[in-house]
Design a protein around this ligand. Sequence first.
Ligand code: GLP
Length: 240
Amino acid sequence: MNVIKAQDYAHMSTLASDLIIEEIEKSAYFKLGLATGSSPVGLYKELIEAYKKGTLSFENVTSFNLDEYVGLKSDDPNSYHYFMQQHLFNHVNIQKHKTFIPNGMANDLQEECRRYEALIEEEKGIDLQILGIGENGHIGFNEPSTPFTEKTHVVSLDESTREANARFFNSKENVPTQAITVGIHTIMKSKKILLLISGESKKEAYERLMDPHISTYFPASILHEHPDCTVIVDTETVMG
Ligand code: GLP
């Protein structure tokens, strides 16, 4: 695990976008794994800027998002479909039919998980997976105790996760209780992983991640086993 200490959020976002742009540029066809949450928003802004300047094109990019809430329509402002439109897709030349996000409105959620996993398999996996981290160490929505062998699956969200994400909803009661998430097995098969850590609430998660002990109780700890994982930490908020 390669840990890069950025001065602040803006620096973390620039370092992350430089790394991603370099990877996209050297590839004829690139499969990018996307994450939601406040950690990657600055990175997405940088990617949009690069596109506007003409230094980045998404023409050759296919994207797969990590997760989606169950029961939110794609036009719900709290859905991750909506988040991606607002924070990236509406502003760059990525082709709509090449952007994939689990469908949390599917009638048969198990079938939707199988379909989504098969789509990633057909593409022979993700080239670079962007990750954020939950206060409890979740990656995607893989909550503590999730087996590392899981592929795309339906999860019941931890109460602590619903509380942490309640800031986006009117109240905690409105936060969905379930989500679909790409599993840790699939995340670990990505060729490269880029984890962004920012915010005072992530202090403990960062400290636990720096402990090389691997345990399902702290899902992100598995990243120690990945051959090419970069962590960029915003030291101003996480270590300040
Ligand atoms: C949600 C998402 C995660 C994300 C986490 C942290 O739970 N499912 O993918 O990493 O939030 O979000 P933030 O970056 O806003 O702290």
